[in-house]
Design a protein around this ligand. Structure first.
Ligand SMILES: Cc1cc2nc3c(=O)[nH]c(=O)nc-3n(C[C@H](O)[C@H](O)[C@H](O)COP(=O)(O)O)c2cc1C
Length: 402
């Protein structure tokens, strides 16, 4: 019996590196989310994880991918699979862009710098938000990889112009103009907690922080978080705690219209992607407006609840405007297979926000590397299992709605 026992027992060597140990059991983005949930204070986790109102847009963004079934082809010699693709004249290692997220340093003190470096290593673009906690120049200094800048239109258009000019000077290659945030969606988890950015240090926060010592030490040791792009520009720069809703209401311009798209084109030579297109009609108008791309997006379910689900919009939009404008599917991407499904329905690429925020909260920069490895390998594996050797071979015949 002892002999049998000996022959089957294998003790793994103890991993001394704590981050490696934490990541060793991580197989999915959901696993990273579970670790982030344990490590981050509840208010911080909810800011990242939450959506608007009943969170149905958010749930559908993810759930809709489960209604798509593959029609895999076999016997196709998939000994070599190449998931790379071209977008705006750039080769991406696989069709994913890291979407812009505000206040990224809330997840980890390295914030935007960590994510930009990881994106460069993975060979895909990183997008910096207007309300980032590292500046346009700080991010450019750590990453030579492709970078996009996301524009929110402040009421002060001079400030917007300045941010756009700084992005051009720092080598950013494309702009997102976010068009779904005329006012802020009601994220009710944040309302209940009275969540502010940066988090107010009250009794509740101290209590919560004590239960999450890793995050708390990291937060307290790092320099204070600000909206780095607009420090000393006469607008809220994050040095005093504000509710996100208050900030958006006082600073962002709800009068944003198609005229502003034209104005943005007049001050930026590179590609512009309208982020937050939610109907075929607006996709057609985007083509008419002369922009290079659209992101089908409901802001990760954080704005209008019961909004159209991006993956469900891809096909109708692609039927009308495919080939005339780049189509990016934004929202709910948790696996490489999701990316392949979106491409099959007519998207040119996908973008993801929470996937890397969970990874950052779970294990910092190495967490983001790990997540991007999972996504990349997932795309390659799905392509191999479904008989596609290149992104061009992924077509509409590969999937069906259940
Ligand atoms: C915490 C958080 C902050 C975000 N901040 C911004 C932002 O500053 N600008 C923007 O255009 N979109 C922002 N988004 C939306 C993302 O760019 C993207 O549309 C969304 O995360 C996609 O859904 P996913 O999280 O399911 O991938 C944010 C999303 C999250 C989760």
């Amino acid at each position: 019996m002892i002999e049998t026992f000996r022959s089957v027992v294998r003790f793994k060597p103890i991993e001394l590196d704590r981050v490696k140990r934490r990541l060793s059991g991580v197989a999915t983005v959901d696993d990273l989310r579970a670790i982030a949930r344990r490590r981050l204070p509840r208010g911080v986790f909810d800011y990242i994880d939450g959506g608007a109102e009943d969170e149905r847009s958010m749930a559908r963004n993810v759930g809709a991918f489960g209604r798509i079934e593959f029609r895999p082809r076999v016997l196709r010699d998939v000994s070599r699979v190449d998931p790379s693709t071209e977008l705006f004249g750039r080769r991406l290692a696989f069709p994913l862009i890291l979407a812009p997220t505000g206040f990224t340093r809330i997840a980890h003190s390295q914030g935007e710098l960590a994510v930009a470096r990881a994106a460069q290593r993975a060979g895909i673009p990183y997008s910096l938000s207007t309300v980032s906690t590292r500046s346009i120049e700080e991010v450019a200094a750590v990453s030579d990889g492709p970078k996009w800048f996301q524009v929110y239109t402040w009421r002060d258009r001079g400030l917007v112009r300045e941010l756009v000019e700084r992005s051009a000077a720092a080598g950013y290659e494309a702009l997102w103009l976010t068009v779904d945030t005329a006012v802020l969606g009601r994220r009710e988890r944040d309302v209940r907690r009275g969540f502010t950015l940066p988090p107010k240090i009250g009794l509740e926060t101290i209590f919560d922080g004590a239960f999450h010592p890793g995050w708390t030490l990291d937060f307290l040791r790092a320099e204070p978080i600000t909206f780095s792009n607009v420090v000393d520009k006469g607008v809220d720069d994050g040095r005093t705690a504000v509710s996100l809703a208050g900030q958006v209401q006082s600073q962002f311009d709800p009068s944003l219209s198609w005229d502003d798209v034209e104005w943005l084109r007049s001050i930026w030579d590179g590609p512009i992607v309208l982020k937050g297109i939610q109907t075929v009609a607006d996709a057609k108008q985007a083509v008419a407006s002369g922009v290079a791309g659209i992101a089908l997006s409901n802001h990760g379910g954080r704005q209008l609840d019961d909004a159209p689900t991006p993956i469900e919009l891809v096909e109708p939009v692609a039927q009308e405007v495919g080939g005339q404008i780049a189509i990016i599917c934004d929202g709910g991407i948790r696996r490489g297979a999701d990316i392949v499904k979106a491409i099959a329905l007519g998207a040119d690429a996908c973008s993801a926000g929470r996937a890397y925020l969970y990874a950052l909260g779970a294990a910092g920069e190495r967490g983001v590397d790990h997540m991007l490895g999972i996504m990349h390998d997932g795309v390659v594996r799905t392509m191999a299992l479904s008989g596609c050797r290149t992104i061009d071979e992924i077509d509409r015949s590969l999937v069906t709605w259940r």
